[in-house]
Design a protein around this ligand. Structure first.
Ligand SMILES: [Zn+2]
Length: 323
């Protein structure tokens, strides 16, 4: 089955069918208690997807500890939204979900945010030729003497400006992409050598890998850690394999998408939007059933990630990047 809204709507047209599918994807044949991992559980009669654990005496459901927990929207609708969301390569605004599914704006907004968290992947490390680059998001000028709260819509994805005040309001993001492979981004407040090295160590394997960057000073000493090629942009844009065109294309894709689909997004939630675009980029050539891959991924995330309704920028970053 392809990730196609017509197929999904046809195949999962009732709450019961959706629930059976989620149960199968989460546990296979053996249902396990999310709190104690015991398989001594019994069904609660008349409530599909709800169980009682005989070991720790608690009730749980197929939604417990997942991004679906507490969701009141009927599942056939949720499945439809997921299909549309995954196919929207440039993102899908909550307004658009609202127009398609007749739900309140608030429900759509929070559902989309849950789905972005569902896109978080515990990925294998990047290797081979890896391009690393930084980019700045946002840029709408703030009003004089008025502090911009960090949940105010402010990231318009517009191009950079030399105005210093505006630059202060921009968010710096570092990104790495494996040639012909996956991309990984991280909102990093200070693009210091130390922070970039930490990101590199966390998401890339240095063995049999070559790092390509531009001449930005914070990349300078990374060759102590990994084989490193530098393209000097004041002289040339590429020399054989030495270029960072792939990551620059990714930045272009994300910025155009934000501009086109979301118009403006909140600074606070930028990490979640980036996670969405990473998933979409990383699945650009995916041959299998992406709908199923997404649900499986969303259902199997570690417990710490379920706080999708984060309260501060710090919490959003912790969900997106771990502690
Ligand atoms: Zn239990």
């Amino acid at each position: 089955m392809s990730t196609n809204i017509l197929n999904v709507a046809k195949q999962y047209d009732t709450q019961a069918k959706c629930l059976s599918y989620l149960i199968k994807l989460r546990w296979g044949k053996t249902v396990k208690c999310p709190s104690c991992d015991s398989n001594k559980v019994r069904d609660i009669v008349g409530q599909q997807g709800r169980y009682f654990c005989q070991n720790c005496k608690t009730q749980f459901s197929v939604f417990t500890d997942t991004i679906f927990e507490g969701l009141l929207i009927p599942l056939p609708k949720v499945f439809g939204v997921i299909a549309l969301f995954l196919n929207a390569k440039s993102g899908m605004a909550a307004k658009e979900i609202q127009r398609n599914f007749e739900m309140t704006y608030k429900s759509c907004y929070y559902l989309a945010m849950r789905l972005r968290v569902g896109c978080l992947v515990n990925a294998t490390k990047l290797h081979g030729i890896i391009e690393m680059d930084e980019s700045y998001f946002g840029g709408r000028a703030r009003k004089k003497n008025k502090k911009m709260p960090d949940n105010e819509p402010s990231l318009s994805g517009s191009s950079q400006t030399n105005n210093r005040k505006r630059q202060m309001n921009m968010v710096s993001v570092a990104g790495m992409v494996q040639r012909k492979g996956n991309v990984k981004t991280q909102v990093i407040e200070k693009l210091t050598r130390r922070n970039l090295l930490a990101m590199l160590k966390h998401y890339a394997s240095k063995d049999n890998s070559i790092l390509v960057t531009d001449g930005f000073k914070s990349y300078k000493d990374l060759d102590n850690y990994i084989d490193h090629l530098v393209i000097n942009h004041s002289k040339e844009f590429s020399r054989g394999i030495t270029h960072i065109n792939t990551i620059e294309n990714f930045w272009g894709y994300v910025k155009n998408s934000i501009k086109g689909s979301y118009k403006a997004i909140s600074k606070k939630y930028l990490p979640f939007y980036l996670v969405e675009f990473e998933w979409k980029y990383n699945h650009r050539n995916f041959k299998g059933n992406q709908f199923e891959a997404f649900l499986k991924n969303a259902l199997s995330q570690p417990k710490e990630l379920y706080h999708w309704k984060a309260k501060s920028s710090k919490e959003v970053k912790e969900v997106a990047y771990g502690k």
